[in-house]
Design a binder for this molecule. Sequence first.
Ligand SMILES: Cc1cc2nc3c(=O)[nH]c(=O)nc-3n(C[C@H](O)[C@H](O)[C@H](O)COP(=O)(O)OP(=O)(O)OC[C@H]3O[C@@H](n4cnc5c(N)ncnc54)[C@H](O)[C@@H]3O)c2cc1C
Length: 445
Amino acid sequence: MSHRVGLFLFQNDLRFDDNPALVKAAAEVDELICLFCLDSKQPSTSFRSVSHLGPFRQRFIEQSLMDLSTQLNKLSQHLIIKAESPLDVIPQLITQYNVIKISCSENTGFYENHVWHLLRSRYPMITFTRTSSHTLFTQDELPFELGEFPDSFSKFRKMAERLSIKSPIAPPKQLPPSPMAPKQWKPSGIKIGQSALFNGGEQEGLAHLKRYFGSYLASSYKQTRNGLDGMDCSTKFSPWLANGSLSARRIVHSLNAYEQEVEANDSTYWIYFELLWREYFQWYAHRYGKKLFTFSGIKTSNPNTSFYPERFQKWCSGNTPYPIVNACMKQLNSTGYMSNRGRQLVASCFIHELALDWRYGAAYMEQQLVDYDTASNWGNWQYLAGVGSDPRGHRRFDLAKQTRIYDPELEFIERWASNHPTLELDSVDAADWPKPPAVSVQGHF
Ligand SMILES: Cc1cc2nc3c(=O)[nH]c(=O)nc-3n(C[C@H](O)[C@H](O)[C@H](O)COP(=O)(O)OP(=O)(O)OC[C@H]3O[C@@H](n4cnc5c(N)ncnc54)[C@H](O)[C@@H]3O)c2cc1C
């Protein structure tokens, strides 16, 4: 048999543990190129005013790549990291090394899928293989065809809860060598000071998982999960899950072990419930492709919102008339993270109070979030904008009431925004005349 050179494209599966795509790729060739394209200009959306990759996630991804490189080196392999699109890099490698097989994990990103399909059509002589690794279930395991995707989370959950989840697979013990010489790669060295909550990399992710289930936090998750601040109120698995340095199946496996060895209660079930939300949005993104980014979402008519640059800027910088929103946005801008409750509140404010086009809010979060995940971010935004799969349609949060419930002592607001909201939303009126300054907001909440 002739010498077979393969290429494995790492994307949102930056790990060794439970990576069936990598194991499969390694088994089928004599030499393997391991590639990652850190293309910060990647056009996953067309909202050019915001960048695709902000500093928190960039740092986190770079740390994840360093960790992955170290692990590959232990098996005498190395990671080739390019700051270009796979569409530019892969054709050169195909020609230079006579690559006959290209593999990667399945991906919900529209842009990633577009790149994959373009490469496939350009190189019909090459075998292209994708393996599921980002989700709990493979497409074959789902009890419906994608075209018949359930139109609500509840229907999806009821079906998914009956399915069993395969055990995670062990990391590869050996890999074929690379035909390429190692290439020095230097991370950008982004500094974000003391504010980094998370460090990237599979080892960090696995250590966090162990720490979490080594404590009793899972037993009270349902009571604490809506907390606006603090590392312990929710699991904080999302940053590692998003770039795949932690596998969702590995988390469920650890959760099951906790339930057997420590305790199974409402809270432990609720962690699984939330992971099913994630699963739901992954398949939702698979199902709807480009519609994930369109104004009308999966519906037929557009929301009654528009784009107002001043309001958008004020929302992004946490300078609106709503203290709870300002605090959440300042938390996001300072740390790259915001709680799920916070995300719901700021998105509801964006859509309903500021009447802004939801896609700009989603694009801003894409830039800022350390745990940005295409499917979860755009799917949740659609849901809240009433153009997704929410059977209730409009979901508008009463910000004053939410403040009383989740920040009764105003500690969170004091910590992040000092409770001094901008008085006016707009500096001009509908005819573009400057508005006189507002008098007071005392007692706003
Ligand atoms: C407007 C908006 C944007 C969002 N953008 C993202 C995003 O880009 N990336 C992302 O991972 N999550 C996103 N979420 C979902 C959720 O807010 C985060 O997953 C969660 O806050 C992460 O913190 P955690 O890991 O402590 O979550 P936990 O409460 O501990 O939940 C455990 C896991 O379940 C999953 N999960 C929980 N809630 C959701 C949900 N509503 N949708 C999908 N998965 C969920 C996550 O994988 C999470 O890590 C968004 C939610 C909203 C409302």
